[in-house]
Design a protein around this ligand. Structure first.
Ligand SMILES: NC(=O)c1ccc[n+]([C@@H]2O[C@H](COP(=O)([O-])OP(=O)(O)OC[C@H]3O[C@@H](n4cnc5c(N)ncnc54)[C@H](O)[C@@H]3O)[C@@H](O)[C@H]2O)c1
Length: 394
């Protein structure tokens, strides 16, 4: 099959992919595959299931699958606050204490039905209770189906940064039905796709060619196109994980744009999505690579073209974020790795720079500051000459 062809995704047929992780979880993927979920669940022995979701997701899709589970097994419904609001200690603590009160045992299974946030907090609760019980993920967003469920990383946010408290805990299986993606808010759909664009820049120029043809600024797709896009993003990440399932050596390239991105997301205090923050992070990382003489202006322009013109992420950079604030936030977020500023940097399209056997490259803070100041100035000029579509997290 050539790089631009779209498969016929037949309704109701689940295919199995391998996540290639240290503890690989079976990953079932397809369009409208809900009917076969129960037969997969029946393969496991357990005393009860705790079904975690957000109220509006339950109304949209969750209640069908919940009803099917409840007809066969003891199943408790548990609601958690929507989006990033659930990724904090008080919510995690309440979830864990409630589970104990409601009789969760080592034989119970938690089920996370929702986006990356639901998966992260439920995965962390499952990893903590009795030092770890089983859990299942049914991801309902592009980000969760193509990225977060493929890493086994579970976390909540701290007072000083995102994902500061967590652990690795693998679900017993992942059930990704692309039917759910149809109603995902545009902002989040774009946020999921940005990680796919990232995978192309760091490892696969052919994938970028496909994305250039497949994407449109309204992120509007037919069912087959959306399923094909999700499938190809998943495969692009699996190719990287195959070489380094632990994401500590080669796999660290998946952090491209994330050092800047996490700091922007943090400074925006929840007003900007993870994906949009990473989209700014990738543009800045491209500018940094050009400043270091590694990539050309044409390569930098390709970032802007794909992110802004093809994906439609073209909001202005937040006015209150200065180069100094961003550098301070990056240093604070980097406590785990030290005070130096370290980034994944492109050597060319499809390949990351690895000067001393380490894909996280230390860059002098003055160089970073110069790049940031130029970037921010460029954004200010853009602000005064363009009208933007304002899409912000409510
Ligand atoms: N563990 C990892 O390796 C990893 C990787 C990437 C992202 N993440 C985390 O994932 C989170 C972001 O996940 P996300 O992008 O899925 O966002 P999300 O979970 O916040 O969901 C986004 C919004 O979409 C709504 N929603 C979800 N599915 C829907 C559907 N099918 N139809 C309509 N509305 C729907 C939710 O209610 C929410 O308001 C962040 O906290 C990020 O840190 C983790």
């Amino acid at each position: 099959m050539n790089s631009t062809e779209i498969r016929k995704w037949s309704s109701g047929k689940a295919i199995e992919l391998s996540s290639k992780l240290e503890k690989p979880s079976p990953f079932y993927f397809g369009y409208d595959i809900e009917e076969s979920f129960i037969s997969q669940l029946e393969k496991y022995s357990f005393d009860k299931i705790f079904f975690f979701t957000e109220p509006h997701l339950f109304e949209l899709y969750g209640k069908n699958i919940y009803k099917k589970i409840q007809e066969k097994f003891p199943c408790h419904l548990e609601f958690i606050p929507p989006g990033e609001k659930c990724k904090y200690f008080p919510i995690l603590e309440e979830m864990c204490e409630n589970l104990i009160l409601k009789g969760a045992s080592k034989k119970s299974i938690l089920l996370a039905f929702g986006g990356g946030t639901v998966g992260n907090v439920v995965g962390l609760a499952a990893g903590l209770i009795y030092r770890g019980i089983r859990f299942i993920e049914i991801p309902t967003t592009m980000m969760a189906q193509t990225d977060s469920t493929l890493s086994n990383k579970q976390a909540v946010n701290g007072k000083n940064g995102k994902n500061h408290f967590g652990l690795y805990h693998a679900p017993i299986f992942i059930w990704a039905d692309t039917k759910y993606l149809k109603t995902e808010p545009l902002l989040y759909r774009r946020s999921g796709i940005i990680e796919g664009i990232k995978n192309g820049f760091i490892s696969d120029p052919n994938f970028l060619d496909y994305l250039e043809k497949a994407l449109n600024p309204h992120a509007n797709f037919s069912d087959d196109e959306l399923t094909e896009l999700a499938y190809r993003i998943i495969v692009s990440k699996l190719e990287i994980l195959k070489r380094d399932p632990s994401e500590k050596g080669y796999g660290i390239i998946l952090e491209y744009g994330h050092t800047f991105g996490h700091a922007i997301e943090w400074l925006e205090e929840g007003k900007m999505s993870h994906g949009e923050s990473v989209s700014f992070g990738m543009k800045i990382a491209a500018e940094l690579a050009r400043e270091m003489g590694l990539i050309s202006q044409k390569d930098v322009d390709r970032h802007y073209y794909l992110i802004e013109d093809k994906l439609g992420f073209n909001n202005p950079f937040p006015e209150h974020i200065t180069a100094d604030r961003l550098i301070d936030a990056m240093i604070a977020d980097n406590k785990k790795t030290g005070e130096e500023l370290r980034f994944v940097i492109l050597e060319k399209i499809g390949k990351c720079y690895n000067p001393q056997g380490d894909y996280l490259v230390t860059v002098d803070s003055q160089v970073v500051k110069k790049v940031l100041n130029n970037f921010i100035e460029g954004q200010l000029n853009k602000r005064s000459s363009q009208t933007y579509e304002f899409l912000r997290v409510a």
